[in-house]
Structures are given as C-alpha cells and as structure tokens.
Design a protein around this ligand. Structure first.
Ligand code: PSU
Ligand code: MN
Length: 333
C-alpha cells in the first residue's frame, strides 16, 4: 500500500484487551517486537514471543506486544499478527524516527526499545520488559553510533526491565550516557550492572532495589516529581545460566573482527553480531538470551502488579504500606 492512510485510522491501535485492562487499572506489561523480528532466529523467535505472553497471563498480567502491522503501530498485537511478523521477510527494524515512515508506507515492522517505549507510554502502559537495551557502540566517538534508545529513554517516563545493554556495546560509555541523560539505572537485588549474557558486566551502579514494591516506589516517586525519564531496572541473569564469563571477551572479539571484515555497520550490526555469537557458542548464547528475557518478563509482571495495586482505590492502603516499606521518597510539602 503506497497511498494515504484512511483519515479515520487511529495513529496507534490499542487492542481491546489491553485498553480494557488499562481502564480497569489491571497490570499490563509491554513487550517489544524487534526481539522476534530481528533478534532471534526462526522458529525460536515465535516460540519465545508467545511464551512471554503466556508467562504474563499465567501471572495475571495482560501482555501488550507492540509492533507495526501493515503500517499500523499496534499496542497488543494478536497472536495471528505476532505469527505473521515473526515469519515476514525484509520487514523493517523500526526505531522512533522510522515510525511515521512505516506508518505512511503501510509496512510491517519490529519496534525497538525506543519505539516500543514511546508507543507503550502513549497507550498508558507503565512497564516494559525487554532483553537488552541499545546504547553506545564501540568507536562511537568516531562513528557517532549511539542507539536512539538513549534519547528516547531520556524523554519517555516508562519503566524498562532489561538485563543491561546489548553485550556488544561499550557498557562503560553507555552508563555515562545514562547519567548524562538523567536516566536512573537501578539494579534488581544487585549493585553490579548486568552484562546481558553474564550476570556481572564488571561495572558498578549506584542503587539497587530488593523487591517489586520497592521498584514501584521509585517509579511513583519519579512520577510525583514529574520527571520525564525512563526508570531502568537492571535484572541480571541467574549466574547458573549465564555464558561462562571467561569466554565472553574472546567471543565478542571474534564477532567484531568478522563484522569488520565483512564491512557490517549501522543498524545491521546487532543482528549480524548476535547471529555470529550464536554460531560461535553452538547455540548456547540463544539459550541464555531466552533465559534473560524470561527473567525480565517475570520481573516486569511483578512490578506492574505492584504498581496496579497502587493505582486501584480498593487496595490503596496496601499500596501506601508497600510504598512506605519501600522507603519511597515522599514529596512532603
Ligand atoms: N538487544 C538484543 N537484540 C536486539 C536488540 C536489543 O539482544 O536486537 C534491539 C532492541 O530492539 C534495541 C535495538 O532497541 O536492538 C537497538 O538497536 P540500535 O543499536 O540499532 O539502536
Ligand atoms: Mn545504531
């Protein structure tokens, strides 16, 4: 379709199930689509996308998988649409700048963290679970390759649960950027920033929270202060399930060398490197990736549940208690 969209088409389509859950104040967790359109290989991509939805439902949370279907930015893709996007060839990796383009051209697209966070927030969803965030690429001082996730997260007051940033990134520089953009990074039960495939990236972070309720307290405090940034909850993979940390540097070095040899750059770099890492580890990186995602989906559901308790009048007292025990900042005057 190359013509104009019908004038009545909504800018963002929110599924009935998601809209109803939000109206009722029930917990909803947003999920991105780049993870299954570009991040994971077929057929595992579809299985992982659907498992995440099942996992949330089993916990009493409504999943809102977000992506662009035939030009329609959609919050709460149907199983049929997820299946279609997971099998489509040549669909776009849609960051925020790409959204109006794919919308107008009627294309399919997998939304990145940046675009997903924007659409989630626009629909009124407060929590978003993903695998790894985009950030500063090595050599960015020359190439200027920094993910638009950074600026989007600086301007979008959602909560993003991840296992750190993509393993292929310059993590030290990315943490500096989070500071520059006033984006709080909070470890879940840890003060060590996770390294996606590994539990500990080797970098320290300033704060941690010990429970979903405490995370919810931080989010409520951010909202009461009217701050526009995302809150990042960094949730490390179970140490028993990580890639052997002593192998990671070698794996990454080989991946980069091959990308350089083949001249792969820009937004094609991530899919290339992840695919290389997967082959280099005989598929183990994929298992870790899936494990990481499961953990983040679980925690996102728990945080959304804690927040929903705070939002609904009936459980207001319980929520106030939770916030107090979390030591949440009170605005006082
Ligand atoms: N983490 C992964 N695989 C991915 C991504 C993250 O392990 O494919 C995606 C996310 O959607 C993230 C995006 O928002 O990559 C960032 O891409 P870029 O660096 O091109 O901005
Ligand atoms: Mn980039």
């Amino acid at each position: 379709m190359t013509g104009l969209l019908p004038p009545a088409a909504p800018a963002v389509q929110v599924s009935e199930e998601v809209a109803r859950a939000l109206a009722d104040g029930r917990p909803v967790v947003a999920l991105e689509s780049t993870i299954f359109t570009h991040g994971l290989p077929r057929p595992r991509n579809l299985a992982v996308a659907l498992e995440a939805e099942r996992q949330l439902r089993a916990a009493g949370v409504v999943p809102a998988t977000i992506g662009v279907h035939a030009g329609v930015p959609t919050v709460g893709l149907s199983t049929g649409q997820i299946t279609e996007l997971s099998a489509a060839d040549g669909l776009d990796k849609v960051s925020l700048r790409d959204l109006p383009v794919v919308a107008a051209l009627g294309r399919h697209g997998g939304t990145t963290v940046a675009a997903t966070a924007f659409l989630a927030h626009r629909a009124g969803i407060r929590v978003f679970s993903t695998g790894g965030l985009g950030g500063v690429h090595f050599g960015a001082s020359e190439s200027f390759d920094e993910s638009a996730d950074l600026t989007a997260l600086a301007a979008t007051p959602v909560t993003v649960v991840s296992a750190g940033v993509k393993s292929i990134l310059d993590i030290r520089a990315t943490l500096e950027r989070f500071e520059t953009y006033n984006i709080p990074v909070i470890g879940y039960r840890t003060r060590r920033y996770p390294g996606f495939y590994v539990t500990d990236s080797g970098h320290e972070i300033n704060f941690s929270v010990e429970s979903p309720e405490q995370a919810a307290g931080v989010i409520e405090a951010r909202d009461r202060l009217g701050l526009p940034q995302a809150v990042l909850i960094a949730n490390p993979v179970d140490p028993a399930k990580q890639l052997p940390p002593e192998e990671l540097d070698g794996i990454l070095a080989r991946a980069w060398a091959e990308a350089e040899r083949q001249g792969v750059t820009g937004n094609a770099a991530t899919p290339f490197l992840l695919d290389f890492i997967q082959r280099d580890t005989g598929g183990r990186s994929l298992d870790v990736n899936v494990e990481v995602y499961r953990g983040n989906v679980r925690l996102g559901g728990e945080i959304a549940t804690a927040l929903a308790g705070g939002a609904s009048g009936a459980s207001g007292a319980a929520a106030a208690g939770a916030a107090a025990s979390a030591g949440a900042v009170e605005t006082g005057a």
